[in-house]
Design a protein around this ligand. Structure first.
Ligand code: 13P
Ligand code: SF4
Length: 327
C-alpha cells in the first residue's frame, strides 16, 4: 500500500497509478465513496473541467464553496482559490492536487511590503483582488474579483481613498472607468495576461476582420483599447453566447475556450498569441500543474491538504464575506 509519505517523496509519478485503471471512472468512484466534490476554474485542462462538479470563475467558485455540504473539496485551480475555499469552509477537508500551483500575481504582493503601504496611507480603504495569499486578506477591508470589482468599488463612497491590490491593470481599468482619482494601485500584474502581443492580435484581427477581440481586465491598457469587450472569464463566456458575431480573438488564458466551444459550438475562437513565440495558445503554467493523474492521486490519498490556522481563517473570512454580500 502506497502511503502519503511515499506520494510526498516520489511526487506524482506514473508508477503510483495502475496503468489498467480508467482514471475518469476511478475519480467518479472515489468522489462518491469519500463524499467529495471537485471545484474547477475555467483555466483548467478540458478533461478536468469536464469531470468537475462545478466549473466557474473565481467569484462563482467562492460563492459555490460557501454552500458546499460535502466533507471534502478537491480544488482544481491555484492555491489562493483553494485557500479561499478553506476560509469559507473551515470544517471541510480541502485538497489541492499540487501545492506548487501558486499564482505569480498573488505572490507579487508580500505581507510586509503590503502592510508598509497600508501604514503609509492609514485613511485608505483596502480592496484586494481575491488573487492574493490568505495573509494579505487578513489586512484587507474587502475583496473583489474581476467579475465584481466595479460593484465593490462603487459600494465605497466616492470621496473615500482606496488602496487597490495587487493587479495594476484591473485597478487602472476600474479607476478610469469609474473615475476614481483617489485610488492607489499596487504594482502587480499577471505574467500570462501581461504577455499578450498587441502586434500579433492586430495582425490576427487584420487576417480575420469579422472577429471581435475580447479580453480579461488583467490585460494591459493597449489590449483593452483594441477590445470589443472586456470582462472576467465568466463575463467573456456570457458575452460570446449572446453576441451576434461568429468569431472571437480571446485574450485570456486559453482554458476558457473549452467552455466557449461547448456553449457555442458553431462559433470560432482564436487564442490571442503571447509575445514570446509564435505559439498560438497562452497557458497559465500554475493552473496547468493540475492534471487528471494528480487529481486522482489527491482524491485517493486525500492529500495535499490546505491547512490554515483558525486565527488566519477568522481574519481572512471577513473581507471575502463582505465581497460575497455584494456579489
Ligand atoms: P476570473 O476572476 O475571471 O476567474 O480570473 C481569475 C484569474 O486568475 C485571472 O487570471
Ligand atoms: Fe495567477 Fe495569472 Fe495564472 Fe490567473 S492566469 S492564476 S492571475 S498567474
Amino acid at each position: 500500500m502506497i502511503n502519503k509519505e511515499i506520494v510526498d517523496k516520489l511526487g506524482y509519478i506514473d508508477e503510483l497509478i495502475d496503468p489498467n485503471i480508467n482514471l475518469v471512472d476511478e475519480i467518479y468512484k472515489l468522489k462518491k465513496e469519500k463524499d467529495a466534490v471537485i471545484l474547477a476554474h475555467y483555466y483548467q485542462y478540458p478533461e478536468i473541467q469536464d469531470i468537475a462538479d462545478f466549473v466557474g470563475d473565481s467569484l462563482a467558485l467562492s460563492i459555490k464553496a460557501k454552500d458546499v455540504k460535502s466533507k471534502m473539496v478537491v480544488f482544481a485551480g491555484v492555491r489562493f482559490m483553494a485557500e479561499t475555499t478553506k476560509i469559507l469552509l473551515p470544517d471541510a477537508k480541502v485538497i489541492i492536487p499540487d501545492t506548487n500551483a501558486g499564482c505569480s500575481l498573488a505572490d507579487s504582493c508580500d505581507f510586509f511590503s503590503f502592510k508598509m503601504l497600508k501604514e503609509k496611507y492609514p485613511n485608505h480603504l483596502v480592496i484586494t483582488y481575491v488573487n492574493t495569499n490568505a495573509d494579505i486578506k487578513t489586512i484587507s477591508d474587502i475583496c473583489c474579483t474581476s467579475s465584481n470589482a466595479e460593484k465593490v468599488v462603487n459600494s465605497i463612497p466616492i470621496d473615500q481613498p482606496i488602496i487597490f491590490a495587487p493587479d495594476k491593470n484591473l485597478g487602472q481599468y476600474i479607476k478610469e472607468k469609474l473615475k476614481r482619482e483617489n485610488m492607489i494601485l499596487w504594482d502587480g500584474a499577471c505574467g500570462v495576461h501581461e504577455k499578450f502581443s498587441l502586434e500579433k492580435i492586430l495582425q490576427l484581427k487584420h487576417e480575420n476582420p469579422k472577429s471581435k477581440v475580447i479580453s480579461h481586465p488583467e490585460c494591459p491598457k493597449p489590449i483593452h483599447i483594441i477590445s470589443d469587450f472586456i470582462g472576467s472569464t465568466s463575463q467573456l463566456i456570457d458575452f460570446i453566447i449572446i453576441d451576434s458575431s461568429s468569431s472571437y480573438i480571446v485574450a485570456t488564458e486559453e482554458g476558457v475556450i473549452h467552455q466557449m466551444k461547448k456553449l457555442s459550438p458553431y462559433k470560432n475562437f482564436i487564442p490571442a498569441p503571447p509575445n514570446y513565440s509564435n505559439f498560438s495558445c497562452n497557458q497559465c503554467s500554475f493552473m496547468k500543474m493540475i492534471t487528471l493523474k494528480k487529481l486522482y492521486l489527491s482524491l485517493k490519498y486525500e492529500y495535499p491538504e490546505i491547512n490554515l490556522s483558525k486565527e488566519l481563517i477568522d481574519k481572512a473570512r471577513l473581507p471575502i464575506e463582505r465581497m460575497i454580500a455584494i456579489k
